[in-house]
Ligand binder design. Structure first.
Ligand code: SAM
Length: 340
């Protein structure tokens, strides 16, 4: 039985947060405190969770955090994940196919430690990487991340990832009004010059500081209008479960994506679940509860019992988020402690 929720959405995409520590304090995410709230698990525990879920139909795993590259042993973990094979259940996404297909293993990172790790990660079996970068100007970058001298390191990380052949190479920029909406056109130029896919993300109410309001969101329509002042964009098709709407510039050089969960929600095609660094399943970024998979393992559950537990959890996956609606209830964790 493939993993399908009660709204008939196939669940093929797993995000595992391997730590909720982060070395950055981005204004749209953190209040500025350093610490991990929930801690992390031995890699062998995440590996067992991944193995069970891959056996149930997951075809793509994204490692995230916190900052995943802070975790020692990440290379060995990628190596172990790369040994997992997807069964042919007819519900895989891009990886759908013959029994024994390789997993798509992706990473989301702030890029600070990527320069030295890109090539070893590729060699270990990582397929692709997404680097978060919210300004293409060093001073602005520091104002947003609240970390000095990070810009050059992140740029070096992006270039190392491209050299290592980690492709598609995506650069994610969260736009927050008052901080970086003037970076839209510079990022368009950056996409063309650096040969990366730049994706703008609408700011969501998942930050520690609770500063979100509809006015702080720079919307898809606004991004498109601003970019059109630079060069015309042409929309290109995207997979239904893909989070980003995709565009290329009219001369074919440079790709832009826009992830617009606030102004253009895509919950109807959501194929994702998340495992937090402390081993809880979250069925939506905006869940108000989570489901303790690690506790099941600790009480000695067999793989079959874990599968039953997971099916029960998937059955409860939320239909959609309620951002901006009167009945919106904030998520029970903020982004850094969920894993984006
Ligand atoms: N440390 C890694 C990084 O910086 O990419 C991985 C974790 S970070 C929480 C994952 C993604 O969530 C990043 O692209 C980040 O920009 C995004 N993010 C964090 N807070 C957000 C918010 N309130 N709204 C939208 N995206 C957010």
């Amino acid at each position: 039985m493939p993993l399908i929720d009660k709204f008939r959405r196939p669940i093929t995409d797993l995000r595992i947060s391997i730590t909720d520590r982060c070395n950055y304090k981005c204004v749209y995410c953190r209040t500025g405190n350093e610490g991990a709230l929930y801690g992390d698990l031995p890699f062998e525990d995440y590996l067992r969770m991944a193995r069970v879920l891959v056996g149930m139909g997951v075809t793509k795993i994204r490692l995230t955090g916190g900052e995943p590259l802070l975790r020692k042993g990440v290379l060995e973990f990628v190596l172990d994940l790369a040994q997992l094979r997807t069964p042919n259940n007819g519900h895989g996404g891009r990886n759908q196919g013959r029994e024994g297909d390789q997993l798509d293993i992706a990473l989301t990172t702030n890029g600070h430690l990527l320069a030295d790790l890109a090539q070893p990660l590729k060699a270990a079996g990582l397929t692709r990487v997404t680097v978060s970068m919210d300004a293409v100007d060093p001073d602005r970058f520091t104002r947003i991340t609240r970390v000095a001298n990070g810009y050059d390191q992140v740029l070096a990380g992006i270039r190392a990832a491209r050299r290592a052949g980690l492709w598609p190479l995506k650069v994610n920029c969260v736009l927050m009004r008052g901080f970086n909406e003037d970076q839209i056109i510079p990022f368009g130029m950056f996409a063309r010059e650096e040969g990366v896919i730049v994706r703008f993300i609408e700011f969501m109410p998942l930050e520690e500081g609770r500063t979100w309001s509809p006015n702080t969101v720079v919307t898809l329509d606004e991004i498109l209008a601003r970019m059109a002042e630079y060069r015309p964009l042409v929309e290109i098709p995207h997979a239904r479960s893909e989070t980003a709407r995709r565009y290329r510039f009219d001369d074919g050089i440079g790709e832009i994506g826009i992830i617009a969960p606030v102004s253009h929600p895509f919950c109807g095609h959501c194929s994702r679940i998340r495992i937090t660094s402390d081993g809880k399943i979250r069925t939506c970024l905006f869940s108000v509860w989570d489901h303790d998979l690690h506790a099941q393992m600790q009480r000695g559950a067999s793989d079959e019992e874990l599968e039953d537990f997971i099916r029960g959890v998937i059955h409860k996956k939320e239909e959609r988020h309620h951002i901006g609606e009167p009945d919106f209830v904030p998520a029970s964790r903020t982004m850094v402690h969920i894993g984006g």
